[in-house]
Design a protein around this ligand. Structure first.
Ligand SMILES: [Zn+2]
Length: 344
């Protein structure tokens, strides 16, 4: 008996070593693929040019043959904002296409090649971009690239990862999903306006007009969303979700986050048995009226938890990305209506 368990422990350890070695090879592989352009850019949050962009022989405006400013973003939501502010003066490509989750999407080799030609790259930051995209931002940008991270400038909230186990505590982790609060989106729009203006000063007035028009729309939608959330009976204002995505609704509109199937800010993690047991306990304790299920994320587990706790499932929550043809304004309006209808 003793020798058997020793062998098991031994082979488990051996498998761990093999696993780590394989992971190291994978990481090395993705580094060497992008190492050719792996040096020399700065992270800037206010759209300033790097000194590289002034060097001889480079075009700091980064225009394509049609004279348009070419910009890369990491998510379909940022691309929507850049199209609004940049209008007919820009071409925009998102590393994560419409309909795909930026936490987990793996860009294609062609997308990475185009990224390395782009001199203005706009991301969310705060760890929103997962393990497939973050290394590209570190190692696959052009030497002249101006990199703008929107999230850190939006006064982000800290993530409470322990709420469902009852041990509230703020780790030093920020919640990247700031766009669920339109007033924070306003800050991001101004950053985008500043970045486009420094890359293309001739467009200053144009970008300013576009940004101001959109900021008015954001202010209107903020009022509309607020009244939607406030019409949910106060005893029902409780959210259970697939992952920790809706913290800004708690911070801005007073909806209470009860817990999530994946108690993490990214969808690439998985829940432990104890996470799930804690979640079931707190749903029963609070009598949370519904579980909002995100498409493609732990659907079987979520369905089982709903059965065990006799709670209804509301399908269709999607806040990370836009579908083809959808705008950010439509997405946050739709989210408010979905949550209102699920909790009323
Ligand atoms: Zn998320």
């Amino acid at each position: 008996m003793v020798s058997l368990s020793f062998n098991n422990a031994h082979s488990w350890k051996y498998r761990q070593i093999i696993f780590r070695f394989a992971m190291a090879l994978l990481v090395l592989g993705s580094f060497s693929a992008s190492i050719g352009c792996a040096i020399g850019f700065d992270t800037l949050s206010n759209g300033e040019k790097t000194s590289d962009s002034d060097r001889e022989g480079t075009d700091p405006r980064n225009v394509n043959t049609d004279g348009l400013l070419t910009i890369h973003t990491t998510t379909s939501i940022i691309s929507d904002w850049v199209k609004v502010v940049g209008g007919e003066r820009v071409v925009v490509e998102s590393l994560t296409p419409a309909g795909k989750d930026p936490h987990t999407y793996q860009p294609t080799a062609q997308q990475v090649a185009r990224l390395s030609n782009s001199n203005l790259v706009i991301s969310i930051g705060l760890s929103l971009e997962g393990q497939n995209i973050s290394p590209l931002l570190q190692h696959s940008l052009s030497r002249n690239a101006i990199r703008v991270e929107l999230g850190p400038q939006t006064n982000p909230i800290k993530l409470d990862l322990h709420r469902q186990s009852g041990q509230h505590g703020h780790r030093n982790t920020y919640d990247p999903h700031f766009w669920l609060d339109p007033s924070r989106t306003t800050i991001a729009i101004k950053q985008i306006q500043n970045s486009l203006t420094s890359a293309d000063p001739e467009g200053t007035d144009y970008y300013s007009d576009n940004a101001s028009g959109y900021i008015k729309k954001l202010s209107n939608i903020e009022k509309s969303i607020r009244s939607t959330y406030e019409s949910i009976p106060s005893s029902n204002r409780m959210l259970v979700t697939s992952h920790e995505a809706l913290g800004y609704l708690e911070d801005t509109y007073g909806l209470q986050i009860i817990g999530s199937v994946i108690p993490a800010l990214s969808t690439d993690a998985g829940p432990t048995a104890s996470d799930l047991a804690d979640l079931i306990d707190i749903i029963q304790l609070t009598k949370a009226p519904a579980i909002f299920m995100e498409e493609g994320i732990q659907e079987k587990v979520t369905t089982q938890i709903a059965r065990d706790t006799n709670t209804k499932i509301i399908e269709g929550l999607r806040v990370e990305y836009l579908n083809e043809g959808e705008t950010y304004l439509q997405m946050i309006q739709r989210t408010a209506e979905l949550i209102h209808n699920g909790l009323r």
